[in-house]
Write a protein that binds this ligand. Sequence first.
Ligand code: HEC
Length: 255
Amino acid sequence: MKKLLSFLSACVFVISTAPVSASEGVQLMHIETNLKDKATLQEGAKIFVNYCLNCHSAEYMRFSRLGKDLGLTDTQLKENLMFATQKVGEPLHTAMSKEDAVRWFGVVPPDLSVVARSRGTDWLYTYFMSFYKDESRPWGVNNLAFKDVGMPHVLWELQGGVAEPQYKTEMGADGHEHKIIEKLVVPKGDLSDEAYRQKQKEYQHAVANLVSFLEYMGEPAKLQRYDLGAKVLVFLFIFLLISYLLKKEFWKDVE
Ligand code: HEC
């Protein structure tokens, strides 16, 4: 019994610590993804092919499927999402070879087909909000959600610059003062307050679209489920109506 109890408490421990270690202690931001809106997914797909496909693949997804699910014709696909050499039936394959990846980054950038399932959408959103300037790192950036990340901040232009950390000192449990990052602030440059706020909003919007797209890619069948769900509800409603009318008809003579 004792053994069983300690085994169970070990399980609970593993389960309860998993999310913390996945996010390495950072407070995750929350995002509402939107898979029902095709424009959102199209925008996300555009960011993905322009900014991510140079290094990452998404081998489980084919352009043809993407076109079908996102409501794009082959011509629209070719004009907006594909390079001239790619074919509609091909998966989203990166042009970078594994050898080059290891030479440049020390690791092969992982395939992103199902990253939304392994990391979760909140983590992905937080990740793209948490790059900050760190000259000690090879790409000049670090990340609050992924300590010592080996990926450059590829969306820095969309964000309007690389965020700078602002520190505060806190008394640690060991009785010593520690400098910790309080918040990240993207330099305002010569933008007006209004233009700066607008830029930050646009970036949040772009990342939300990207994360929605990553979630769709992790489980494309979700789109069909939404469709099917609506149809089932309509069917049930009609069925209910018919049953009610039938009931009235049957009981008419009895009552
Ligand atoms: C210049 C190459 C490059 C580009 C472009 C790039 N990445 Fe990465 N990415 C990497 C590398 C390298 C890693 C591995 C980092 C590590 O393990 O330290 C990585 C890691 C990641 C991870 C963490 C995966 C995990 O679960 O550990 C995510 C998520 C990710 N990239 C998403 C993206 C997205 C989305 C884009 C496009 C907006 C993108 N990346 C563009 C190189 C790149």
